[in-house]
Ligand binder design. Structure first.
Ligand SMILES: NC(=O)c1ccc[n+]([C@@H]2O[C@H](COP(=O)([O-])OP(=O)(O)OC[C@H]3O[C@@H](n4cnc5c(N)ncnc54)[C@H](O)[C@@H]3O)[C@@H](O)[C@H]2O)c1
Length: 256
């Protein structure tokens, strides 16, 4: 079960799970994007179904969970991936954008975890993987709502990891750095991201691919990570490890 699987990281996660032989359900606010992923992955032999659903809408999530369980029998894995990037100066940030950010990325994670968690409990357990962000771990100006929501995702991950072992449910998170997706490219187009400056802060000197993020999600979702719960994996090319200095990346260069 992947939320926001219509494009970007969510579509790559769905694809990676299909390659592993999983049957995949997608919850997607934009039905045409969900159908695109469904069509593409079915053509590749995957058993994939897309369900139109806004994860912030309680009634819609309850109904989608009912339909997914009806169609698939049970749910082993939930990936809470759906997200939106509302950025801007905090002094003039519209409260509507603030609320919308929390609705999708906090309430949405809560609702999907609650409803699909029930299905996992009935089936004897499972794994939840929440998509946070490095924005939820370290400070970025102009991202107040997004960062608050992504920090809450880390917090909810830890709370549920302590609460749901009785149901056989592990809960972990992936907090990616800058990843090449439509969301990321539109932020570049809007002038919100200076790619050279970002790369100068990234020890591996490149952005993540969606496949690299999907690989971390797969690891946390499967039994290879059976003793991990309440953890955050950070595929960020070294971003959060790096306390910034003007660094060329050349270890042979004169001292800076
Ligand atoms: N791209 C990055 O650099 C990056 C970095 C760190 C974390 N993330 C996180 O990864 C996740 C995926 O990001 P992406 O870059 O692939 O974004 P994206 O915009 O390309 O894709 C997000 C998908 O989620 C869907 N969606 C949005 N709101 C929804 C809702 N209320 N209900 C159901 N579906 C909804 C969208 O329709 C879209 O298909 C997000 O949670 C994002 O915050 C992205």
């Amino acid at each position: 079960m992947v939320t926001g699987g219509g494009r970007g990281i969510g579509a790559a996660i769905a694809e990676r799970f299909v390659a592993e032989g999983a049957r995949v359900a997608i919850l997607e606010r934009d039905p045409s994007l969900g159908e695109d992923t469904e069509r593409r992955l079915r053509a590749a032999g995957g058993d994939v179904r897309s369900y139109p659903c806004d994860v912030a809408d309680e009634a819609a999530v309850v109904e989608a969970a009912r339909r997914v369980v009806e169609d698939f029998g049970d749910v082993d894995v939930l990936v809470n991936n759906a997200g939106i990037g509302r950025l801007g100066p905090s002094m003039s940030f519209p409260v509507a954008h603030f609320r919308q950010s929390l609705d999708v990325m906090v309430t949405g994670v809560f609702l999907c975890s609650r409803e699909f968690g029930k299905a996992m409990r009935e089936g004897g357990g499972g794994a939840i993987v929440n998509i946070s962000s490095i924005n939820g771990l370290v400070a970025f100006p102009m991202r107040l709502a997004y960062s608050a929501a992504k920090a809450a995702v880390v917090s909810m991950t830890k709370v549920l990891a302590t609460e749901w072992p009785a149901y056989g449910i592990r809960v972990n998170a992936v907090a990616p750095g800058m990843t090449e997706t439509d969301m990321f490219r539109s932020a570049i187009d809007e002038g919100l991201i200076d790619t050279d400056a970002y790369l100068a802060h990234t020890p591996l000197r490149r952005f993540a691919s969606v496949e690299e993020v999907a690989e971390a999600v797969l690891y946390l979702a499967c039994d290879r990570s059976s003793f991990l719960t309440g953890q955050v994996i950070v595929p960020d090319g070294g971003w959060t490890a790096f306390g910034w200095v003007p660094w060329s990346g050349d270890p042979e260069a004169p001292a800076i």
